[in-house]
Design a protein. Structure first.
Length: 468
């Protein structure tokens, strides 16, 4: 593993490793526009992104349409889980098809502009587009946070639809100061950390549009800084898409990589590569994902800045878990050990909040439990579980993920009561995590148990695993 992860190599990702293949993106967008929309399109990049999300571009994972043949409601319940998700209960692979958003029924007004990083003022540059609900200025949204409240969105709003809108139907906004964007990204990350996924999804359309508009308006070093912010925003969008099991993770990760390369900074590049690797893993491209992570890890090996090393450690944890998917036990555990060694030298704290996965000893043990689950030896994870203190995890998202891994372990060990206890713990820590597709699949599978588990059916209805 040392030679595999050592320094060297001039290119982070060779052209053939991009999931676009070697096809020119603009030409591909033009070529696909007719097939996607039945007419010539004025926006080939948008069409290309939609083609990627639909699985029509070389390298993306072909997707099943509809329910598998023979799918039936199960145990006389209207189950909101497909048969494939039940079969692959720990890691369901089926993802929803991209839906057409249709025409939104209201107007977004934006006014703040910036040149060279300074506000010019509100002039006649107010531009309108039918989007979301209500009327709000970019300053109010990006500076004050949640457009969910500003637009009157309730908790029943669909985060997938909002994420699709953020990537494919962004509002037209003017540039804003970089400091304002940085604050907005920090708030968005905190929403992810505290599992406010619906609120995050409602913020992303304006945030992503604002980072794009701002970097296009700048040059030189300010543009590089704006690209770093854009990379962080799109990586966050990719992480949300992964949580939702949405194919938009490919699109978000590619945009994050493009912005990260333009920033010239290794840490944003490493985080974007990590997000892309998870999308690749969900598509079954496990060895390619490991190759991407190890190459990018080498690029960060000589950068001793805490942020770069924190990102590198996170990449190694993800890499180890991915290697377990094709049964490479030695590589998986070695990578986790190396990540833990790096993590011991990192001063984790508020300054590194942008790193979602932090290689603390507890987090590394949680990954070991996940690796043993994936290797088919969950009994080895029991001793690991007993030395983990869940309260040490710094965020609700990480605590919920720990309980998810523990639930999968107990489920593989055929212990329904402990599995049920972990599912309740997930909901206690983060209700929106309990509604994730993989957790719903585990919930539905647990309902087949012959053991009486009081409250399980109500939990299943509450989290959307079954319909009432």
């Amino acid at each position: 593993m040392a030679s595999m992860l050592g320094s060297g190599g001039k290119s982070v990702i060779e052209p053939q490793d991009d999931f676009f293949g070697t096809v020119d993106q603009q030409q591909l967008g033009i070529a696909l526009s007719g097939a996607l929309h039945g007419h010539e399109s004025a926006d080939p990049r948008r069409d290309t992104d939609q083609a990627i999300a639909r699985g029509r571009v070389h390298g993306s994972h072909p997707r099943r349409r509809g329910h598998p043949r023979g799918w039936r409601p199960f145990r006389r319940l209207r189950i909101n889980i497909t048969a494939d998700e039940l079969t692959n209960v720990a890691h369901p692979v089926q993802r929803d098809e991209v839906r057409d958003m249709g025409s939104p029924d209201a107007t977004l007004i934006v006014a703040a502009t910036v040149t060279g990083g300074h506000v010019e003022g509100q002039q006649d540059m107010v531009r309108r587009r039918r989007f979301l609900t209500g009327t709000v200025g970019i300053g109010a949204v990006v500076a004050a946070g949640s457009p969910a409240a500003a637009h009157g969105r309730g908790p029943a709003a669909d985060p997938r639809s909002m994420l699709e809108a953020a990537l494919f139907q962004p509002p037209v906004v003017s540039p804003v100061p970089l400091e304002q964007l940085t604050r907005a990204l920090r708030r968005a990350r905190e929403d992810f950390r505290q599992v406010r996924y619906t609120r995050l999804a409602s913020d992303l359309p304006v945030l992503l549009a604002a980072v794009d508009a701002t970097r296009e308006a700048l040059d030189g070093h300010p543009r590089e800084r704006a690209c770093a912010v854009a990379a962080g925003a799109y990586s966050l969008a990719g992480e949300l898409a992964i949580k939702l099991r949405s194919e938009e993770s490919w699109v978000a990760a590619d945009r994050a990589l493009t912005a990260a390369r333009a920033s010239g900074l290794p840490a944003p590049l490493g985080e974007a590569a990590r997000v892309l690797s998870v999308a690749m893993r969900h598509a079954g491209r496990h060895q390619q994902a490991v190759g991407l992570l190890t190459r990018t890890s080498r690029e960060l090996a000589d950068d001793h800045a805490p942020e770069a090393q924190a990102v590198r450690a996170a990449m190694l944890l993800t890499c180890g878990y991915t290697a377990a998917h094709y049964g490479d036990r030695t590589a998986a555990l070695d990578m986790l050990g190396e990540a833990e060694s790096i993590g011991q030298q990192i001063p984790y704290g508020p300054g590194l909040d942008q790193v979602t996965v932090q290689a603390t000893s507890e987090q590394c043990d949680s990954f070991r439990m996940s690796v043993f689950n994936k290797l088919g030896t969950p009994d080895e994870g029991v001793a690991v579980l007993r030395r983990i203190r869940p309260g040490v995890f710094p965020t609700a998202e990480r605590r919920a993920r720990f309980h998810t891994d523990a639930a999968r372990m107990w489920h593989q060990l055929d212990d329904p009561r402990r599995t049920w206890a972990e599912l309740r713990a997930i909901e206690h820590e983060a209700p929106e995590e309990a509604r994730r597709p993989s957790v719903r699949a585990l919930t539905t599978d647990l309902m087949c148990s012959s053991v009486s588990l009081p409250g399980l059916r109500e939990f299943a209805v509450r989290t959307g695993a079954v319909h009432s």
